[in-house]
Ligand binder design. Structure first.
Ligand code: HEM
Ligand code: SF4
Length: 553
């Protein structure tokens, strides 16, 4: 992973000191709430229902074991003993005291971490595929490009006060999009043409109150031009984006209002000034960045399907089940990537305790070259596990409760914190997730259902990505009461689609039954080998509507 240089550390130290001073002045009454607001947001600090929420940046989801332990230490020392993995690969703390935040940030800086630009109207954490660098089918490792973008975006004065927040994701796998480039303000898809790296650049995607899938702006941007091209898009947005109405301020609204062709023409005009200028990337710089993401020292004698693994799989049905769902292919022979599902029933999706963070750090050291990743599905990944060590790792994960074999199945629910924490929520999310996990706890049934993305958001801001769930659940408010609206057919993969509303919303105690009815319909209608989303796309929404509302007619 990228290693901080002296100048990175100096930047962080200066920022920590600055925020300490700002916080002290606020607490002493020398700064008003209004004056303090942008200062705290620039440092990842929201004020929430019960306490501040601190969002810590996890660039493209990469964490070293030292950093995992530091997060554990923060959870133990300054929070209530846990942290939360967000849908943008970041880590959030729900209970820090405001006066402790400068100390937390100072401590984070000791492990080269920070909360800069994790909120506010700036370029946020750059995200990517959680299997970046190890997925056998990626064109190349996207992380060096993410890091190049991160360094360009960090403290870039021109983009410190954008009309609204701005999210960039990079994907390197053709025909598969774990990075969700389609629903980011800018999506960068790595493509190769005649042996040269380039980027298909999308803009204008995003979720929230007006969900949209991004449009292709640049069909093939040559690699030296990446930053100049991104800068051109940002300049157009900065200039023409709506600053009067925050609900119309995201770039998606601008792309839609201007039309994609006009937006592209404006971008090209800016790009013409910038191309070949000081932002042009050199082979030297790209290779320097790639150097930080060199391949770990894989064992040359490791082989695929080693005898130790095959024998263990033959002997143990539970191991087989986990292997089928939570173990992913790896580009290096003899290795595999393992997903730790942070979806224990009865706990908010993505929550992880201080001791569990320490335990994951330990497992990362022993099984995965000291590194782990966070995922937008609110899980964690150990990306470099020797296949002959999978049975031993599985046992340790079982003991920790992270081996639930439900990766990408119905109970691997993605959910925002909702009404339990968030002051913007219309309804709770966590109890709905829990009730669904309890209803679908039969693992045989769950595996029989196959892949099913179920996403829950407590309000239209869509932090739980409900629009791109095969089944989406959205909390809505009806005369002060909590209701839930269901969407179907969303997908966040390379065929990105925004889900369609099923119909009138349901009361909290109806939701689980309705989902069960929708799932039953899928089981009745599916053709052999068809997943939920395929059946839905074949039969359309009508039969699902009938099944969901039939009993009310
Ligand atoms: C303090 C709690 C939070 C607040 C106040 C908050 C606020 C918001 C708001 C206002 C939006 C809508 C932005 C827009 O459409 O312009 C939004 C979107 C979003 N938030 Fe949050 N959020 C919070 C927590 C979270 C959490 C816990 C997650 C992850 C689980 C998250 C991830 C996201 C994502 C992925 C989006 C949608 C991005 C998009 O529209 O492109 N947020 N949030
Ligand atoms: S979707 Fe709404 S309720 Fe959920 S975290 Fe985001 S702002 Fe809060």
């Amino acid at each position: 992973m990228y290693l901080y240089q002296d100048y990175d550390r100096q930047l962080l130290a200066e920022r920590v000191a600055q925020f300490r001073d700002q916080t002290e002045r606020y607490l002493a009454g020398q700064l008003s709430d209004e004056e303090f607001l942008p200062l705290r947001l620039q440092n990842g600090l929201y004020i929430q229902r019960y306490a501040p929420m601190l969002r810590v940046a996890v660039p493209y989801g990469m964490l070293g074991s030292r950093q995992l332990r530091a997060l554990g230490h923060i959870a133990r020392t300054w929070d209530k003993g846990y942290a939360h993995v967000s849908t943008r690969q970041n880590v959030q703390f729900n209970w820090p005291a405001l006066e402790d935040v400068p100390d937390i940030l100072a401590f984070l800086a000791t492990v080269d971490m920070h909360a800069i630009q994790t909120s506010g109207n700036c370029i946020r954490n750059v995200t990517t595929d959680e299997f970046a660098g190890v997925a056998g089918d990626e064109l190349e490792d996207p992380r060096p490009w993410c890091e190049i973008i991160r360094q360009w975006a960090t403290f870039n004065p021109e983009f410190a006060y954008l009309p609204r927040k701005f999210k960039i994701a990079v994907n390197a796998v053709p025909d598969q999009d774990l990075a969700l480039v389609g629903v980011h303000d800018i999506g960068v898809q790595i493509v190769h043409r005649d042996g040269e790296t380039g980027f298909q650049v999308l803009a204008g995607g995003g979720l929230g109150r007006t969900p949209m899938v991004g449009e292709v702006i640049g069909e093939f941007v040559a690699w030296p031009d990446l930053l100049a091209y991104l800068e051109a898009i940002l300049r157009v947005y900065n200039k023409y984006g709506n600053r009067d109405n925050k609900y119309k301020a995201r770039i998606k609204i601008l792309v839609k209002a201007l039309g994609v062709d006009a937006f592209r023409a404006l971008t090209e005009k800016e790009f013409a000034h910038l191309q070949g200028g000081p932002m042009t990337l050199t082979a030297e710089e790209v290779s320097r960045m790639r150097g930080y993401f060199s391949r770990p020292p894989y064992a040359a004698d490791a082989t695929d399907q080693p005898a130790a693994l095959t024998a263990a799989l033959d002997a143990d049905a539970a191991l087989r089940r986990w292997y089928r769902t939570n173990v992913s292919a790896h580009g290096q022979p003899g290795y595999a990537a393992v997903t730790l599902t942070l979806k224990k029933t009865g706990r908010a999706p993505g929550d992880i305790t201080d001791t569990e963070l320490d335990a994951v750090a330990d497992l990362a050291d022993r099984y995965s070259f000291g590194e782990a990743r966070t995922t937008h599905q609110q899980n964690m990944v150990l990306a470099d596990v020797r296949q002959d060590q999978l049975p031993a790792l599985w046992q340790e994960l079982e003991a920790l409760g992270f081996a639930t074999p439900n990766f990408r199945l119905l109970t691997d629910i993605v959910a925002c914190p909702g009404g339990d924490f968030c002051s913007l929520a219309n309804a709770k999310s966590i109890p709905v997730a829990e009730a669904l996990q309890r209803r679908f706890e039969d693992l045989d049934y769950l595996h029989d259902l196959g892949p099913l993305d179920l996403n829950i958001s407590g309000c239209m801001n869509a932090c739980g990505h409900h629009h791109i769930g095969h089944i989406g659940i959205l909390g809505v408010d009806k005369k002060g009461r909590e209701y839930y609206q269901i969407t179907l057919g969303g997908r966040g993969d390379s065929h990105c689609v925004i889900g369609e509303k099923l119909g009138p919303s349901f009361e909290a105690d109806e939701v689980v039954d309705v989902i069960a009815r929708l799932v039953d319909l899928y089981v009745e209608q599916r053709h052999p080998g068809e997943g939920f989303i395929d059946t839905y796309e074949r039969v359309g929404i009508e039969p699902f509507k009938e099944r969901a509302y039939g009993s009310h007619h």
